[in-house]
Design a protein around this ligand. Structure first.
Ligand code: SF4
Length: 112
């Protein structure tokens, strides 16, 4: 018999590991210059990124460009529960284009 293995992006696993369930705010940083258009992130985080058909790179939804090619957006879990979506997106990008910072602690919680 085959052992049933969890899916790579099983959000219940992340939720179980992450004991702190208090809603938080995160700053998502996105370096669009790094995006290679592999499009791993859009199915994982449809509320955070969208594929730009013009150049096949993704755009951070609501993101503000703070310097050329560098975008950031604040994600508020009090408004929408996107904790696992944000973490999976940041950790899965093969180009390491994302980073998530906990606004309360200032700690990096996902990405590279
Ligand atoms: S996963 Fe990373 S490299 Fe792939 S489309 Fe998204 S941002 Fe670009």
């Amino acid at each position: 018999m085959f052992e049933k293995k969890p899916a790579i992006f099983d959000s219940t696993i992340l939720a179980t590991k992450d004991k702190d369930t208090k809603p938080r705010k995160y700053k998502i940083l996105y370096n669009r210059n790094k995006c290679v258009g592999a499009d791993v992130c859009t199915p994982i985080a449809p509320h955070l990124v969208v594929l730009n058909q013009a150049d096949n790179k993704v755009d951070l939804i609501g993101g503000k460009e703070t310097e050329p090619g560098i975008f950031e957006v604040i994600v508020d879990e009090n408004v929408r529960d996107v904790r696992n979506e944000a973490k999976c997106m940041c950790d899965s990008c093969p180009a390491a284009a994302f980073r998530a910072i906990d606004l309360e602690t200032g700690e990096k919680v996902a990405g590279r």
